[in-house]
Write a protein of this length. Structure first.
Length: 412
């Protein structure tokens, strides 16, 4: 341990969780270095992510986000399906209260990033090896340089090198479906009233579901007409079909995602045709106008712990939970906040890290259980929303989704 009980800490990964962890640990007085493998800014392409009002308020209260940081609030989930009676927006026999806030990913990252001092944030730094000896962790970078740290925090995303290092026998579990997602400027639709609530549509005659929500534009504007429509179609795909399906427009087979601009045009066209048949016409129009769409395979991952020795995992580098839970921001934030609290608990470092790991693992397993329940309800076993009565839908919901946990955007 370094002088005065402060630690020399490396954070591997400078995205959302990495920036949160870096800011909180730096403010506590630790010597922090962020190693981000990307050589350019992580601005994304205007896509969105969801969380709860509670999480956003906590981030603002800790000055991790600006007090006026923009988010689109939604208070009603509408479970719907294409029906003969309403081909435009479908039939909605079930609504549920939610407390969901949707943000622009790029704007969110920029707001977090500006709180990390430039002198501790290094881009183009890829960790190739990590080894713990005598209570110190030695990191080796691709350029051959090495540096020793008291603690290493891996915040390097869902394909985490840190997770593989700590738990080499645990692989990501493909969930049997992918998400095809995109964005469209709100100005390109003549009627945005159907987007005032948060709809989740089951499909006409295949498994899966579709969601859409409004987010601020990249500058944070919430003015109607200047906002962005964010949509995501969850579509089943057998594992044996992945090699052919995940080929990009250069003929390379991608392992986990096909980013914007890399999809084969014919694949995008085929998916638009499929969803136009499965969804009400209002959403078919949105999809057909959207360009630069992308694909992401859905995985989950259960872990026995969040640390080994002086190496820890935070955010998606830890346990992978289905994105439909909306728990991603909470996961990264709570991992980092709890780590700071553990390091300030007065315990010796190893005891503090072990207590922290036990709590993170317990909470993540609850998230994963909720993810499995939502996956069954929203992907594989949705009631027929085009025909079922509201009473039948209520009963189905109560049997399918348990009482929300603190990390959920569902209102209690």
């Amino acid at each position: 341990m370094s002088e005065f009980g402060k630690l020399k800490i490396a954070i591997v990964g400078g995205s959302l969780s990495g920036c949160i962890a870096a800011t909180l640990l730096f403010r506590t007085g630790h010597e922090v270095t962020v190693l981000e493998r990307s050589r350019s800014g992580l601005l994304g392409r205007g896509g969105g992510l969801t969380t709860s009002r509670t999480v956003l308020e906590e981030l603002k209260s800790l000055d991790l986000l600006d007090a006026d940081f923009a988010a689109s609030p939604f208070h009603t989930l509408k479970m719907s399906k294409l029906s003969e009676e309403n081909a435009y927006v479908g039939r909605c026999p079930l609504t549920r209260p939610i407390d969901m806030h949707c943000v622009n990913w790029g704007g969110f990252w920029q707001n977090l990033r500006k709180r990390v001092p430039d002198e501790i944030y290094f881009q183009g730094k890829t960790v190739s090896q990590a080894e713990e000896t005598n209570g110190c962790v030695s990191l080796t970078l691709e350029d051959g340089s090495t540096e020793a740290y008291d603690l290493v925090v891996f915040a390097d995303g869902y394909r985490s090198a840190g997770r593989k290092l700590l738990f080499p026998d645990i692989d990501l579990s493909y969930r049997g479906y992918f998400v095809w997602r995109g964005v469209l400027p709100e100005s390109e639709v003549s009627d945005s009233d159907p987007l005032n609530d948060h709809p989740r549509y089951s499909y006409k005659n295949i498994d899966g579901s579709f969601v859409s929500f409004i987010i601020p534009d990249s500058s944070g504007s919430m003015i109607p007409g200047e906002r962005i429509i964010n949509w995501a179609a969850y579509i089943p795909l057998p594992a044996e079909d992945l090699p052919e399906f995940m080929m990009d427009n250069d003929g390379h087979v991608r392992s986990g995602s096909i980013p914007s601009g890399a999809m084969r045009p014919e694949q995008d066209t085929d998916l638009k045709a499929l969803m136009t048949e499965q969804l009400p016409s209002y959403y078919g129009e949105i999809l057909n106008k959207s360009q630069g769409n992308q694909i992401q395979l859905i995985y989950s991952c259960a872990l026995p712990a969040y640390r080994k020795g002086r190496m820890c995992l935070v955010g998606d580098a830890g346990m992978m939970v289905q994105p439909m839970t909306g728990a991603g921001v909470f996961k990264g934030f709570s991992n980092a906040r709890d780590l700071v609290d553990a390091l300030g608990s007065g315990k010796d470092l190893d005891s503090a890290l072990e207590s922290w790991s036990i709590r993170q693992t317990r909470v993540a397993h609850r998230m994963l259980e909720m993810g499995h329940e939502m996956e069954q309800a929203f992907i594989w076993n949705t009631i027929d929303l085009a025909k079922a009565s509201p009473e039948e839908c209520e009963l189905w919901w109560e049997k399918s989704i348990r009482v929300p946990e603190e990390f959920s955007y569902f209102a209690t």
